[in-house]
Design a protein around this ligand. Structure first.
Ligand SMILES: [Zn+2]
Length: 407
């Protein structure tokens, strides 16, 4: 059935205005995809309201309104998206999931389409995933120079566990891959277990977890250790079984990389304890914990510095020992390069805790989190809040973004 017929059938009293042309819908949808990719959006939201259809882009973690259409465009646009992603056009009452892809200037992007019935009609959210995203180099993640040195040093270990922790969307896997890609994959047997596989790395053995057929992280780990690995990457430690197998692998001569969903470096130890991992094993196996967040970077093209306002003077003196009279904060007005938002790209904020003999001892003794953290700071760990403030005075992020991360 032609789109316009469907439209008229469902909205019998609606008068189709003159400018409306059904044939233009595919082009219009393509245009939205093109703009989303050009603006580096991670998601496109087609949100129906009572009177209109709103399109939003999520860029650098932020939802930004992109365009609005008359309500009349809602059904045809949704129908077009359903067609290209293999969904049922005449199903309006049930949620649907589909897939498609879109190519722009040789860049292939996967589209993960989700349709949800709402009181104002179907809402579509499309996640855009680059087919071969570019790996970020370890030195470009945004680690302070001495933090980077500490990480590079630990990467020379021949066994042990290196963890990247943080909430969803904090850039954990990007960090893991940037570390893994510092190894020569033709000289080391590097195996990964992922869900899903995001980056494709040459010469690395990557396996996709598929729980539906019973191929889970513990299964994969048991098999990988039989495949003579040097370096193992486990996408995420979610349960006791995976945790204990990963720790065991780290203690038997393998370098193991993984992620955990915890908020602080020190909180990771508690999380592993909660998964029934022995204190002694944690202190021996874990070599490095990198807790991280992603912050929006100030646009370099329209960035301006300004004097640090009085109300932040104490904060700078106390937290990072910087003289506020000589420091600056930065803000951006917005320009064409940053879609008038003042932000462009993202930068990691890091809290890196290494397992030193003193920390090991505290863990084995059952010391509290604040005590372990205090010791880590004494031994040079820069906490996330401090890293955020440093990046505010160096002009990478705004003070507002830093405070947001610190809250
Ligand atoms: Zn700008």
């Amino acid at each position: 059935m032609a789109l316009l017929d469907t439209l008229q059938q469902e909205n019998p009293v609606q008068v189709i205005p003159e400018g409306f042309d059904e044939d233009k819908i595919p082009g219009l949808v393509d245009e939205i995809f093109t703009e989303a990719i050009q603006k580096r959006a991670s998601d496109i939201h087609f949100k129906p309201l009572e009177e209109k259809l709103m399109i939003y882009f999520r860029i650098d973690g932020q939802m930004l309104p992109h365009k609005e259409f008359e309500k009349l465009y809602h059904h045809p646009i949704v129908a077009r998206i359903k067609i290209i992603s293999g969904l049922k056009i005449d199903e309006h009452r049930l949620p649907q999931d589909g897939k498609s892809s879109f190519t722009l200037e040789e860049k292939e992007v996967d589209l993960r389409v989700s349709v949800l019935p709402t009181n104002f009609g179907e809402k579509v959210v499309i996640r855009l995933l680059e087919k071969s995203p570019t790996l970020v180099k370890l030195q470009d993640l945004g680690m302070l120079p001495n933090v980077l040195l500490k990480v590079e040093e630990k990467l020379k270990s021949s066994y042990g566990m290196i963890l990247a922790v943080g909430p969803t969307g904090s850039g954990k896997s990007t960090s893991l891959f940037s570390m893994i890609s510092t190894f020569d994959a033709t000289k080391h047997n590097i195996c990964t277990l992922e869900d899903p596989i995001e980056y494709k790395i040459p010469n690395v053995t990557q396996s996709q977890i598929n729980t539906e057929i019973g191929f889970d992280f513990p299964d994969g780990l048991r098999t990988i250790v039989r495949q003579d690995p040097d370096i193992i990457m486990v996408g995420e430690i979610r349960d006791q079984k995976t945790a204990s197998l990963a720790i065991e692998s780290a203690l038997t001569g393998h370098l193991v990389f993984s992620t955990l969903h915890t908020n602080t470096a020190v909180g990771t130890i508690q999380r592993l304890l909660n998964m029934d991992i022995d204190r002694f094993l944690i202190s021996t196996a874990v070599k490095l914990i990198i807790s991280q967040r992603l912050a929006r970077k100030v646009c370099n093209y329209c960035r301006e510095q300004y004097a640090v306002p009085k109300k932040y003077h104490d904060l700078l003196r106390k937290e990072i020992d910087v003289n506020p009279e000589e420091a600056f904060f930065y803000k951006s007005k917005g320009c064409d390069k940053c879609n008038q938002t003042g932000y462009k790209g993202r930068i990691g904020l890091f809290e890196v805790m290494e397992m030193t003999p003193a920390i090991e001892e505290l863990i084995v003794k059952g010391a509290s989190n604040p005590d372990i953290e205090k010791k880590a700071v004494e031994e040079g760990t820069i906490l996330l809040r401090k890293d955020a403030l440093f990046k505010a005075v160096t002009g990478d992020i705004t003070i507002e973004e830093a405070l947001h991360i610190m809250s």
